[in-house]
Write a protein that binds this ligand. Structure first.
Ligand code: FAD
Length: 558
């Protein structure tokens, strides 16, 4: 086994029993990543495991493990399973021959494989590096990164501490978490001349200390744009989920001066998904944060301006200009607008829930909390795919999970493939016909009261973590009186606006609204916010792209 000299950098480990292949992979990795990372190579699974154990003892960091599938004694999947015990946070990829792709796909469930790569990987610029770039980005944004980045010192049960972590994670800002009751956390607080009365405290890489920062302050400090560069755009996209990112990317790539305005962090709901398995082109599935970071990079590459932490609170129509107003009262104008504001989580309305949100009760934040949940018993409420994904993800990360479902089974609400995964995992128990009717705790969640829907009997159970996934609603009240919405607040577009074949009231043009056009010409809706939309990542991205095509058609007639 050959090893680079010890340096205080995170490692990329590669193992292949064919010495030529092993050398070639290491050579390609070294060429691109050698400056930033230590490249460690091994020619057998056993040697690689020894190397990992040695690095663990030395306190080294391992970011990525690339393993060959066909190896004697231990195959790549068995090796990765053992490697996970030593470095659970390292991202994992399998190198396979075409004939072994079936095994690689199975491995996604066994070892939570991030990628599989087909041999040969030439040219590495196209086949190897984009994958390793993604793996490194995912590793950096998880809780296993090296320390010199943003540090967050907070309390485990503080709602704002948990929001700050979520905000940084969703914006792909590498950070390291320190509990204020841990020695390292206390030392950092003392060094920053802060104390635990003003948590969370954020220390940025340049050494600035932020005490209980708002999202906007954080965004500014960690280099996320929050202020528009122009006053006027061809296209203003509101919402940075898959539909908005798709629209911004296509708009900018087709030469439109495009700005995307996002309330919190790009990625939307999809960014919070632990694994999207049904998005075209990703047979092995893709984590929502990986898909988001790729989309964001792509939008940047084409010159789309992306603003975060800016909530849009009003849309005004004056002549051909469409004016978008932010929460602070400032405005920007554009020829066209694409509304891609998606939906937001519905809150569970039982007593005690609101007070304990962020203190053991979380809405859709399974990704950020996963590390704290390892070894714990967690409850998840919901019977749809998002709840199923969270259950599988948390169980794979070492939690034991009880899935609380109001209905009599999962069949109607969850995809078949997820039901199979849920049922195949010993760490998950499904309790049907069960509702959460109260939550109890002083400074954090301690107990839940559950009710059996058949017998109405209630039971108190000890609980520290509850994740809620009970559907979502569009938050479009700010559009009231501006454009037509259905009874649930979803935005009506195209043919849905015509009543008995008649154009919508107040519609000023001779033509009918285009397919994704709202009751205001030049304002389009894409993705989950649109009435009758499919509520899927693929359809949201597709509608974002299609809306841009209709924007061009509209602009041609201005
Ligand atoms: C946990 C989870 C798992 C999922 N898994 C899958 C899956 O495996 N496969 C699949 O196909 N689908 C999945 N979905 C559904 C999928 O994520 C959504 O259909 C998709 O994200 C919709 O995209 P969107 O862009 O329309 O809206 P969203 O993703 O909801 O994004 C809307 C964005 O707009 C922003 N916004 C809202 N209002 C404003 C405002 N006033 N000003 C500025 N910004 C605003 C929000 O902050 C948000 O970022 C999942 C959803 C969840 C929650």
């Amino acid at each position: 086994m050959e090893q680079a000299p010890a340096r205080p950098r995170s490692a990329i480990l590669t193992v292949d029993d064919d010495p030529d292949v092993s050398r070639a992979v290491a050579r390609d990795l070294r060429r691109r990543y050698g400056e930033q990372h230590r490249i460690v190579r091994a020619e057998s699974a056993e040697a690689a495991l020894d190397a990992l154990r040695e690095m663990k003892l030395r306190g080294d960091l391992v970011a990525v493990i690339l393993a060959d599938y066909r190896m004697p004694q231990l195959n790549g999947i068995e090796f990765l399973e053992r490697a996970m015990d030593i470095y659970p946070g390292a991202r994992r990829a399998l190198l396979t021959a075409y004939a072994d792709t079936g095994a690689a796909i199975d491995a996604i469930n066994v070892v939570d494989l991030d990628y599989y790569l087909l041999k040969p990987w030439d040219p590495p610029e196209e086949k190897l590096y984009p994958v390793v770039d993604d793996l490194l980005a995912a590793w950096l944004s998880s809780d296993h990164r090296p320390v010199p980045e943003t540090k967050v010192i907070g309390h485990r049960w503080s709602a704002r501490s948990s929001e700050v972590r979520e905000f940084l994670a969703r914006n792909q800002v590498p950070y390291r978490w320190f509990g204020s009751d841990q020695p390292e956390g206390r030392q950092l607080l003392a060094a920053a001349a802060a104390d635990d009365r003003g948590l969370p405290v954020v220390i940025t890489p340049d050494g600035s200390t932020l005490i209980q920062p708002s999202d906007a302050e954080l965004a500014g400090k960690v280099g996320l744009a929050t202020t528009p560069a122009e006053k006027f755009y061809d296209l203003i996209v509101i919402g940075g989920g898959p539909a908005g990112l798709g629209a911004a990317l296509y708009g900018a790539s087709e030469g439109l001066r495009t700005v995307l305005v996002e309330r919190t962090a790009t990625g939307g709901q999809a960014g919070q998904s632990s694994r999207i398995e049904n998005y075209l082109g990703f047979p092995e599935g893709v984590r929502g944060d990986q898909l988001t970071s790729r989309a964001r990079r792509q939008a940047d590459k084409f010159g789309a301006e992306v603003l975060t932490t800016r909530e849009v609170t009003a849309l005004q129509v004056g002549g051909s200009a469409r004016t978008v107003r932010f929460a602070d009262g400032s405005t920007i104008d554009g020829h066209t607008v694409i509304l891609a504001t998606g939906v937001s989580y519905r809150k569970l309305g039982a007593p005690g829930l609101a007070e304990l949100t962020g203190r053991g009760i979380y809405y859709g934040s399974a990704l950020t909390e996963a590390t704290s949940c390892a070894g714990q018993h967690v409850f998840i409420v919901g019977g749809a795919n998002s709840a199923g994904q969270a259950a599988v993800y948390l169980a794979k990360n070492g939690a034991s999970v009880t899935l609380l479902v109001r209905g009599p089974s999962l069949e109607k609400s969850m995809s078949h493939y997820l039901i199979e995964q849920v049922e195949g995992m010993q760490a998950i128990t499904v309790r049907t016909c069960t509702e959460v009717v109260a939550a109890h705790g002083t400074d954090h969640l301690e107990q839940l009261t559950l009710r059996d829907a058949n017998t109405s009997e209630t039971e108190d159970v000890d609980a520290q973590y509850l994740f809620v996934f009970i559907g979502a609603a569009p938050m479009t009240d700010w559009l009231d009186g501006v454009l037509a919405r259905d009874d649930h607040g979803f935005v009506l577009t195209g043919p849905d606006l015509l009543v008995g074949g008649q154009l919508p009231p107040g519609w000023p043009l001779d033509r009918a609204p285009y397919h994704l056009e709202t009751s205001v010409p030049g304002v389009f809706a894409a993705g989950d916010v649109r009435a009758e939309s499919a509520k899927r990542v693929a359809s949201a991205v597709g509608e974002g792209a299609m809306a841009v095509m209709l924007v061009h058609r509209y602009l041609e007639q201005l």
